[in-house]
Design a protein around this ligand. Structure first.
Ligand SMILES: NC(=O)c1ccc[n+]([C@@H]2O[C@H](COP(=O)([O-])OP(=O)(O)OC[C@H]3O[C@@H](n4cnc5c(N)ncnc54)[C@H](OP(=O)(O)O)[C@@H]3O)[C@@H](O)[C@H]2O)c1
Length: 253
């Protein structure tokens, strides 16, 4: 089956890291972009930089805190109105805060769970409302390799939130199967970004450009799921799933 052209792409969390670089790489491929995040100054700078390089790309930016759930629907609908259609939505906004459970940092773990899961749920609802109405659309959910297993220490809640995102994506895929709506779930390994700039042990980490190129390639192919970059994360993913827990936790650093 030929993959449809997805001209207009909405990306949440586009003010830094993977979201910002996805915007640059999708623009280079000629896509129009709807970009949102809380730091609108950074979105405006990004818009100016992309427009200077790709004057034919249409680009709109809006402020969005994904924890303001009503606003998620308002902003997604407004972007649709701007462009007429939204062909692809990338649920990317995310938070990496966290502490071992029971150590007094419920606030940090709750923030991560709310942003990464309930925020993603709101974005998925808002995207699907539009896709069902259009009878077309590609939903892309950014999970993580940490979703493969329960993870110790500071990433326990983060990993659980990313596993939840992956299950949400699979459930939606089962729901829309046989319709023109498609769903991809992306499991990135460590890719350089603000989220991990202070992380000391990030095995197999790659540059933002290289990591995002692998994401963009998988997204454009509309793969149902992709571990990125494929090397070493496809075999590492298999190992993580099947190794006994003491070995699995060592593999993730
Ligand atoms: N980098 C990696 O190694 C890696 C690996 C696996 C998965 N991921 C996932 O990739 C996604 C992007 O992360 P990143 O690595 O690019 O980190 P990042 O550089 O910290 O970017 C996170 C983005 O999310 C946005 N964001 C955070 N909280 C938000 C909120 N409440 N409302 C709206 N936007 C919010 C931030 O924008 P504002 O602060 O401006 O709102 C920022 O644009 C995340 O879902 C992350 O879990 C990353």
């Amino acid at each position: 089956m030929n993959t449809p052209v997805r001209k207009t792409i909405l990306i949440t969390g586009a003010s830094s890291g993977l979201g910002e670089e996805m915007a640059r790489q999708f623009a280079a491929r000629g896509h129009d972009l709807a970009l949102c995040a809380r730091r609108t100054d950074r979105l405006e700078t990004l818009k100016a930089s992309i427009t200077a390089r790709h004057p034919d790309v249409r680009l709109e930016v809006r402020a969005l805190d994904v924890n303001d759930h009503d606003q998620v629907f308002v902003v997604f609908r407004a972007f649709r109105k701007d462009f007429g259609t939204l062909d692809r939505v990338v649920v990317n906004a995310g938070l990496g805060k966290g502490a071992p459970l029971g150590t007094g940092r419920f606030d940090a773990n709750r923030d991560t769970a709310m942003t990464n899961f309930v925020g993603a749920l709101a974005q998925t609802e808002a995207a699907l409302e539009i896709f069902r109405d259009q009878d077309a659309g590609h939903l892309v959910m950014i999970s993580s390799m940490s979703a493969m297993r329960g993870m110790p220490g500071t990433v326990t809640t983060y990993a659980a939130s990313k596993a939840a995102v992956a299950h949400l994506a699979e459930g939606v895929r089962a729901d829309v199967m046989g319709t023109p709506i498609t769903v991809s779930v992306i499991y990135p390994g460590y890719i350089r970004s603000e989220m991990n700039e202070k992380v000391k042990n990030a095995p197999f980490i790659v540059s933002t450009e290289k990591g995002v190129a692998a994401i963009v390639d998988a997204v454009e192919k509309e793969k149902a799921s992709a571990h990125v970059p494929a090397w070493p994360w496809v075999p590492v993913g298999q190992a993580l799933k099947h190794l006994p827990l003491p070995l699995a936790r060592k593999l993730m650093g």
